[in-house]
Design a protein around this ligand. Structure first.
Ligand code: NVA
Length: 308
């Protein structure tokens, strides 16, 4: 049973295949109905959501399926009953499970026992659906992925930093992560990305100096400094991350035609200047739209793998 729990669950060839399918589905959104029946896809949210819930629900409906919303706070997964038992119950109701939660281990346990494909809709460690959407967006704007340089500035230890490392390396990109001391991705994650990059011609590197990281980049990415679950650290983080803000001045070090990316929600004046987020080189609204197309592609891929 194939799942999509982390970005490197797809080989480079499979990632390219899913991205090509996403582009095709974007072009003809109502033509493919692999979830006809309708097949039910359970969507569980233990954390807040806007883009993920709406894009999965719309995408599943467009594929001919039924998006079944499971409220994580009502289900109480791991509290009211174990992940293992929930997996066995939902696996009897749904053809696939999409879950946004905290620890990656919870998702892995779900995948182990559900008997149906499980998709990571964000954990503390990874946000792989966002990365499929982001890579689709880069491809649309730059007509290539392999060989491009992407600089991620901000909280490199969060899900987006990790996912850019793995997904970018899988796509053959040169990924630079620039974070303050104590907020870099784990060395294990950098090594995991570097091992992939060695097979794709990409690279994975940490660069503490944000100006050095952004200089010459084709793509500049940031994310909130306070990921869901880190709200208690807001004040301390605001001070530490200030030099890593994606300001107009920092963005000017990138290539003149660089694009600016942010998975949203964004906090203008904190991790990104309004002039960058709302400026002509920002592609953030394309990223948000592309969630739907990219997720339709990964659901189609997993459904085909499960039924072939
Ligand atoms: N790193 C952010 C991403 C939000 C889509 C978070 O986990 O809150």
């Amino acid at each position: 049973m194939r799942h999509f729990l982390a970005d490197d669950d797809l080989t480079p060839a499979e990632q390219a295949q899913v991205l090509a399918l996403a582009a095709e589905l974007k072009h003809a959104p109502y033509d493919a109905k692999p979830l006809a029946g309708p097949r039910t896809v359970a969507m569980i949210f233990d954390k807040q959501t806007l883009r993920t819930q709406s894009s999965f629900a719309a995408g599943i409906a467009e594929l001919g399926g039924f998006p079944m919303l499971v409220d994580g706070s009502l289900a109480g997964i791991g509290v009211r009953e174990s992940v293992h038992d929930v997996a066995r119950v939902l696996g009897r109701q749904a053809s696939m499970i999409v879950w946004r939660t905290y620890a990656q281990a919870r998702l892995e346990e779900m995948a182990e026992h559900s008997g149906v494909p499980v998709v990571n809709a964000l954990t503390d460690d990874f946000h792989p659906c966002q990365l499929l959407a982001d890579l689709l967006t880069v491809q649309e704007h730059k007509q290539q992925l392999a060989g491009l340089t992407v600089a991620f500035v901000g909280d490199g230890a969060c899900n987006m930093g990790n996912s850019w490392l793995l997904a970018g390396a899988t796509a053959g990109m040169h990924v630079r992560i620039s974070s303050p001391d104590g907020y870099a991705p784990a060395q294990e994650m950098v090594d995991r990305a570097a091992a992939i990059a060695a097979t794709t011609g990409g690279s994975a590197a940490l660069e503490a100096d944000p100006v050095a990281a952004v200089t010459g980049a084709d793509v500049v990415v940031t994310d909130t400094w306070i990921s869901m679950g880190k709200e208690d650290e807001a004040a301390a983080r605001a001070a530490v991350f200030a030099p890593y803000s994606l300001t107009t001045a920092l963005f000017e070090h990138a290539k003149p035609d660089a694009i600016a990316m942010h998975c949203l929600p964004a906090y203008r004046g904190k991790e990104i200047d309004a002039e960058v987020l709302d400026g002509p080189q920002s592609v953030v609204w394309d990223e948000a739209e592309n969630r739907r197309h990219a997720q339709k592609a990964i659901l189609t891929f997993l459904m085909e793998e499960a039924t072939s």
